[in-house]
Design a protein. Structure first.
Length: 136
């Protein structure tokens, strides 16, 4: 009889999504709805607010985006994976990613590209002397 294969004892540090990196309570989400900065594009919008502790992520992917749960879950999965990879460079922000209906039509590569751009713009807000996301 073959022995079952085992998963590694602990995943790589950048591949985890701990509770401390999530927006969990309605209070967390409500705080972002008021007094936050908004940046984004056609498929995804980010609302963010400095928090002083580290990057935390919340997701809003409603049925307005897609009636199919599998599509909404795909968008959330790609977003969480991208956040895990960029979390260290983002800075201390609470971030709510809001998916717009065109996100359901985008493939994973397009979503990743949009997220990479969002993370770059958010990280730029932490740069010394940064005043916003406008060029020039």
């Amino acid at each position: 009889m073959n022995a079952p294969t085992r998963c590694p004892a602990s995943p790589a540090p950048d591949s985890t999504f701990p509770r401390a990196a999530r927006l969990l309570t309605p209070r967390d989400f409500a705080a972002l709805r008021t007094g936050s900065r908004r940046i984004g594009g056609t498929r995804l919008t980010a609302q963010l607010k400095p928090n002083g502790t580290g990057a935390r992520l919340g997701l809003a992917v409603s049925r307005r985006v897609s009636k199919l749960a599998v599509e909404r879950n795909r968008i959330k999965r790609v977003t969480r994976d991208s956040f895990r990879r960029h979390r260290a460079a983002i800075g201390a922000f609470d971030i709510l990613i809001i998916a717009n209906p065109p996100a359901a039509m985008a493939d994973n590569a397009q979503l990743r590209a949009d997220l990479d751009e969002l993370w770059r713009r958010i990280a730029a807000l932490n740069a010394p002397g940064a005043t916003g996301t406008m060029r020039g």
